[in-house]
Design a protein around this ligand. Structure first.
Ligand code: COA
Ligand code: AMP
Length: 630
């Protein structure tokens, strides 16, 4: 069957289609029913089944002839380390760590936070949780202590698994002091912390709370896989929303297993045994789906890469990893390719390596600009597939199903909806837009397996954030259009989310931090175009009356505040003081107009603007910090 037939069969009879796909998973009790309608537009998949995620990712491959196949290839140019872990070794290591958690009283349903860099132990920690039915929540290392504290209070973990340090090219990231600070800030206190002491930094352990990794393992015995219900949460992953409080996206176990397994062949076109590499981080959804679970569930080897596209040590690193580890399918963010292109525009580094093993490059996480796609296609001589997805969906909403049928690439479009995604473009009132016209991208409910059923501890927020604006639909927060061939185009976000180097960030969260500066009366943060990172945040500060300090000093303090509160990943480096912000007569800040000015794009003067002269002041303020407004 080609793409059109498969898409149609999933649309016409989702129940039959998804029960059929479920056969690729090893169940304790197989599902008799695929979709469960919980009322009020809430749905769950495979709720009647019983299964274990770790068994499907690890143990079953050991039992089915893949014991000696590499499960994980760890390649770390920042520590000059390479290590291969077979499925049999992974099973031993994960069972031991799961036993350590059990010895600390962690049982099915308990939450465990994982705060680790890109080391194999991060994947082992995720799988150890899945093995015993604990619900993990991985927190990205680039977030500051405050963000970690917010997550600790929201998901109230019984244990935290962390590393002593991470290694950025320019510095050591001291995880342990950040962890200690977060626990000091949070109201909830975890019972224990299991700490991986890396040789690059041995940290101090807190007596009675912290256990060194091997010491923790020595206290337990290897744990077996615990069956969980199909709708048991596998993990919570926090993502940026409109406000400072992150949204805890919940992923149910069974749907995530079925969906990810489906994508490995149909989208990424890999067969069991092939090497798959997603150059992302375990802290993001790409890391969950395509460094940890997807490849392993499908019997692929996954590459855990601790480094950057450039500077570790050079712009040839990605090509070396592909060539050396025989990578068949490669997934990264457009930013990474832009970074390589900037450093090595003629791709001279690529000439040093044979990448004939590679079938295609997959891009996601942010808009893939045509220049980047064309450059990658030219220098690599491989197809480049853009695909669109979100933390909420866990896998591709629209992509090119290369393993099913390769559809012609239209540059600028992530191609077509995947089975189960019934996409419509709606106007503000929820009416379908004509072909080729821009509107809000909405997905008709129910969403397919693997997508979020709710937000952790926040069912109401789930309903208001996603299901209320367009009744009967999931609101994606993205705007775009569909062309006459059914190809989708993603144009912009409809909310306050921006995308910086493929990292999803909330301008609302940054505004909340800036508003806490004692001299700031009012502020606005917008995402302006950045040639490397796609977007970069910029802050506009209106000072409290009577404040008489150098503006540059206040702006620097604000930059530091965002770094300290949200973290370096926010890449908040541009802030400027202005007298006033452009607003509508009803007081709404005209952020979209400000973005257009910064990006030197034409805009219509908003009819409701209070005082048009402010826009010139804003433009001048942008120019003082080097933003080329034209
Ligand atoms: N732990 C701690 N700090 C981290 C971190 C981590 N895991 N990841 C990033 N940071 C820090 C960086 O050190 C940097 O800090 P600095 O301000 O002190 O320099 C800051 O966060 C911003 O990091 P980053 O976005 O990585 O920017 P960069 O300028 O260091 O590197 C790129 C630019 C393009 C090389 C880099 O952004 C990149 O590799 N992008 C790919 C994005 C990606 O894979 N996204 C995943 C989504 S699919
Ligand atoms: P995240 O939840 O971090 O994966 O971010 C999801 C958001 O990133 C989406 O809602 C889009 O705004 C953006 N995004 C992801 N992939 C793409 C893509 N291929 N093209 C355009 N935008 C994308």
């Amino acid at each position: 069957m080609g793409y059109a037939e498969v898409y149609k069969s999933a649309k016409d009879d989702p129940e039959a289609y998804w029960l059929d796909q479920a056969q690729a998973i090893d169940w304790v009790t197989a599902p008799q029913q695929a979709l469960f309608d919980k009322g009020n537009n809430l749905y769950e998949w495979y709720a009647d089944a019983s299964v274990n995620g770790c068994y499907n990712a690890v143990d079953r491959h050991v039992e089915n002839g893949r014991a000696d196949q590499a499960a994980i290839i760890y390649d770390s140019p920042v520590t000059d380390t390479k290590e291969t872990i077979t499925f049999a070794q992974l099973q031993t290591r994960v069972a031991a760590l799961a036993g350590a958690l059990v010895a600390q009283g962690v049982t099915k349903g308990d939450r465990v936070i994982i705060y680790m860099p890109m080391v194999p132990q991060a994947i082992e920690a995720m799988l150890a949780c899945a093995r015993i039915g604990a619900v993990h929540s991985v927190v990205f290392g680039g977030f500051a202590a405050h963000e970690l504290a917010v997550r600790i209070d929201d998901c109230t973990p019984k244990a935290i698994i962390a590393a002593s340090c991470g290694l950025e090219p320019n510095r050591v990231v001291h995880y342990k002091p950040l962890l200690d600070e977060a626990i000091a800030q949070s109201n909830h206190k975890p019972g224990c912390c299991i700490i991986l002491q890396r040789e690059q930094e041995i940290c101090t352990l807190v007596e009675g709370r912290d256990l060194e990794w091997n010491a923790a393992i020595a206290l337990g015995t290897p744990a077996a896989c615990v069956p969980v219900a199909g709708n048991h949460p596998a993990y919570i992953l926090y993502t940026s929303g409109t406000t400072g409080a992150p949204k805890g996206v919940v992923r149910h176990t069974a749907g995530h297993l079925v969906a990810l397994n489906w994508t490995m062949k149909n989208i990424y076109n890999v067969d069991p045994g092939d090497v798959f590499w997603a150059a992302s981080d375990v802290g993001w959804v790409v890391g969950h789906s395509y460094i940890a679970y997807g490849p392993l569930i499908h019997g692929n080897t996954t590459v855990v890469f601790e480094g950057k596209p450039v500077g570790t040590p050079d712009a040839g690193t990605f090509w070396r990893v592909i060539s050396e580890h025989n990578v068949r399918s490669f997934f990264t963010a457009p930013t990474a390719i832009r970074a390589i292109k900037r450093e090595d525009p003629k791709a001279l580094e690529l000439k040093k390596y044979d990448i004939s093993c590679l079938s295609a490059l997959y891009l996601a996480g942010e808009r893939a600009d045509p220049d980047t796609i064309v450059w990658a296609q030219d220098v690599m001589g491989k197809p480049v597939y853009d695909h669109w997805w979100q933390t909420e969906t866990g896998s591709t909403i629209a992509g090119n199903p290369a393993g099913l049928e390769t559809l012609p690439v239209k540059i600028g479009s992530p191609t077509v909806p995947m089975p189960g995604y019934n996409i419509e473009i709606l106007d503000e009132a929820g009416h379908p837009m004509p072909t080729g016209e821009l509107g809000s991208i909405a997905i008709k409910l129910p969403l397919p397996p693997g997508t979020l059923p709710t937000l952790w501890n926040a069912q109401e927020r789930f309903i208001t954030s996603y299901l209320t604006h367009f009744p009967g639909y999931y609101e994606t927060g993205d705007a775009g259009m569909i062309d006459e061939d059914g190809y989708l185009y993603i144009m912009a976000r409809t909310d306050d989310v921006i995308n910086v180097a493929g990292h999803r960030l909330s301008t609302g969260a940054m505004e909340e931090v800036l508003a806490n500066h004692p001299d700031v009366a009012e502020c606005a943060v917008i995402g302006i175009s950045d040639p490397l990172k796609g977007q970069a945040p910029m802050g506009f500060l209106c000072l409290t009356k009577g404040v008489d300090r150098p503006h540059s000093e206040i702006a620097s303090e604000c930059v530091k505040l965002v770094r300290d509160q949200i973290g370096p990943v926010a890449a908040f480096k541009l802030a400027t003081v202005v007298d006033r912000l452009p607003k509508t007569r009803s007081g709404k800040i005209l952020r979209a107009t400000m973005v257009k000015i910064a990006d030197n794009e034409p805009f219509k003067m908003p009819a409701t603007i209070d005082d048009p002269a402010i826009l010139d002041e804003i433009k001048a303020a942008m120019q003082t910090v080097g933003v080329a407004t034209g």
